[in-house]
Design a protein around this ligand. Structure first.
Ligand SMILES: *Cc1c(COP(=O)(O)O)cnc(C)c1O
Length: 220
């Protein structure tokens, strides 16, 4: 099956309200164009310079989503055009995004990335940290960031009960977030291995890479 067929199969399977982000990290422009020609407009990348290069080269009506850990010194490369940053995970990063967005005369929509997998090494706020961040004075003064929802990555496991628990924790956080921020509409959860469980648990935005473009040669 080619990219076009794989995309179609996934789109037929998921509900209409679920936004599909095609995760094209490490993949060449030709693959992205094939998906584009099949109607796909939302693409996810996790390296700022790579995102910038692809943005420059490819059709301008593509929405570029930044889905990986974002280093502060790289924000400037994506600030002019990024549609949604899925990985807001610290006050320091928020300050930089706000600064660069202001320079570009933009408000950049961001998702609060929550650490749900229980692993030591993964990025994201835990719930108390996120609440503290959202109510902190420096954040409340930022005018160029919009809180657009929540994002999380579950443990890489086939154990559905673990996935359910982690996704439902994120959904609860998300519902709480929405009471404070009416703009927080996106619940970004679910990847190739776990998107069906994520949709069952309330996801409305899934990030799929290998199920569309095939395995990556190197990961992350
Ligand atoms: C790579 C990546 C994905 C896509 O992973 P697949 O398993 O290939 O679907 C989704 N989200 C994030 C944050 C990623 O880094």
């Amino acid at each position: 099956m080619g990219i076009t067929e794989k995309l179609q199969k996934i789109k037929d399977e998921i509900p209409d309200y679920v936004n599909l982000i095609a995760v094209s990290k490490t993949k060449p422009a030709a693959d992205i164009l094939e998906a584009y020609e099949a109607g796909q407009r939302m693409f996810g990348e996790n390296k700022a310079r790579e995102t910038q290069g692809k943005h420059d080269e490819l059709p301008k009506d593509i929405d570029w989503h930044f889905i990986g850990h974002l280093q502060r010194n790289k924000v400037k490369y994506i600030a002019p055009f990024v549609k949604l940053i899925h990985s807001l995970d610290s006050l320091r990063l928020a300050k930089e995004i706000n600064k660069r967005a202001k320079k570009e005369n933009r408000v950049i929509p961001c998702l609060i990335q929550l650490h749900i997998s229980g692993e030591e090494t993964k990025f994201g706020f835990d719930v108390p940290e996120a609440m503290e961040f959202l109510s902190s004075e420096p954040f409340t003064e930022m005018k160029n960031i919009e809180i657009a929802g929540s994002m999380g990555m579950a443990l890489h496991t086939d154990d559905t009960s673990v996935l359910k628990k982690q996704f439902s924790m994120l959904r609860k956080f998300h519902e709480e977030l929405q009471t404070q921020f009416p703009t927080a509409k996106n619940l970004s959860m679910g990847m190739t291995n776990d998107y069906r469980v994520a949709i069952d648990e309330g996801s409305n935005m899934i990030r799929l890479g290998s199920s569309i473009f095939g395995e990556r040669n190197y990961d992350k």
